[in-house]
Design a protein around this ligand. Structure first.
Ligand code: IDC
Length: 386
């Protein structure tokens, strides 16, 4: 463990100082690492941030007109985990995510925070570091639908779509998989914005129909009184919108109760389409043995489960870390060869953020820039699986 950290420290410091020399160690976008604002009253509204037009925070991404750097060598650098150039298009066989040849594949990586609030982390250098140093082979692009700046409420749709497109392009150039996440949350029932979802997924899937590296997550966390039947009804409209453009991309479907009731999906899965997986989300300081057993049982019952979001703190995204539970979750997910994606790539002042709130860089992070969640994630992704 110590050795790994020491290697990371040296590499990161070297890369960090090299980047500083080139003038890119520091964000060119002072505001990109700060949240634009949120509508929840309990949330902090950073000085200078509230009411800020999300576009102001976008200069760290390609949306400023700058083309993403296309460095062909990136895809050839030694990497290890499954990646699109080697494993190609993903499929689902039984409960297992597989590659183009039917070999089992595990995706492990990180989710952005809300794209509207933290657009600056969608940049090539950031993804590059996560891939090469952290060994992440997937990035999840979380686009809130109904919170402040949400795609279906007061958000700037074109700006958000451009950020999604940038993230997809950066992932492709870096030979990583990417998840396009329709991040419902306060809009607890996905049917609330089903027309917007159909139009969004049809457009994105149409634009990237020939790409092998994209997965679609059609509803982050249905919650409240939303039933599995409600979700199935939503899925039966959104999946065909994607399939009309892309016949076989893997599609992730949320489950009731904040994507925890995978048992309900296992009892009555969606039978009309292939290459579907069902999401389970956990926060280790809140969800322990019971939810873990639900996950294991669902897989045993034949459900393909994908952990598209988890944290090692409590379900608020903050509070104390429970490393013992977190490691038990990782052990179980690894034993089932499940894929898992951590929440979140931001410097928000909350436990689940991997970057310290005092760090305004949006790439080339050094160990000092990482929160305890970030340090744990780095160790977990870089450790040998067994
Ligand atoms: C949280 C963010 C927090 C934000 C809040 C509401 O960490 O900064 O203020 O959303 O927008 C989830 C959700 C995810 C939550 C996360 C932590 O998918 O959006 O992010 N969480 O509460 N499910 C369980 C926990």
């Amino acid at each position: 463990m110590k050795k790994i950290l020491a290697v990371f420290l040296c590499t990161a410091l070297l890369l960090g100082s090299a980047a500083m020399t080139q003038g890119c160690g520091k964000s060119q976008d002072g505001s990109a690492g700060q949240e634009a604002s949120e509508n929840t009253s309990s949330e902090s509204t950073d000085a200078g941030a509230p009411g800020k037009d999300p576009e102001d925070g976008a200069s760290g991404s390609k949306t400023d007109g700058e083309e993403p750097a296309r460095k062909e060598d990136d895809a050839k650098e030694s990497f290890g985990p499954a990646c699109p150039s080697v494993n190609g298009a993903l499929h689902v066989e039984g409960t297992q995510l597989t590659d183009q040849d039917g070999n089992p594949v595990q995706l492990r990586g990180i989710s952005t925070h809300g794209l509207a609030w933290f657009p600056g982390y969608v940049n090539r250098d950031c993804f590059h570091q996560l891939r090469n140093e952290w060994k992440a082979n997937v990035i999840r692009l979380a686009m809130y639908t109904a919170e402040y700046g949400g795609y279906c409420t007061d958000g700037d749709k074109e700006f958000l779509k451009q950020l999604v497109a940038d993230g997809i392009d950066y992932a492709k150039n870096l030979d990583m998989y990417v998840i396009v996440d329709w991040h419902i949350l306060s809009d607890s029932n996905p049917n609330m914005y089903v027309e917007e979802a159909k139009a969004f997924f049809q457009e994105i899937a149409g634009r990237y129909a020939g790409e092998d590296h994209i997965l679609y997550e059609i509803c982050n966390e249905p919650n409240g009184s939303t039933t599995w039947d409600d979700i199935k009804s939503y899925a039966s409209q959104v999946i065909p919108a994607i399939r009309a453009q892309d016949e076989d991309a893997v599609i992730l479907v949320g489950t009731p109760n904040w994507s925890q009731f995978v048992d309900q999906a296992a009892e009555n899965p969606i039978s009309e389409y292939d290459n579907l997986m069902y999401t389970l989300h956990f926060y280790a300081a809140t969800h322990t043995d019971d939810l873990r057993a639900k996950m294991t049982d669902a897989v045993k019952d034949g459900l393909p489960v994908f952990v598209s979001e988890y944290g090692i703190c409590d379900a608020s995204g903050s509070g104390a870390i429970d490393e013992t539970q977190a490691n038990l979750w990782v052990e179980t997910m690894n034993s089932l060869n499940l894929s898992y994606v951590a929440w979140n790539l931001s410097n928000k002042e909350e436990t689940s953020a991997i970057i310290r709130s005092t760090c305004d860089k949006t790439s080339w992070f050094t160990p000092d820039d990482l929160t305890p969640s970030g340090q744990w994630l780095y160790r977990t992704l870089t450790q040998a699986k067994d």
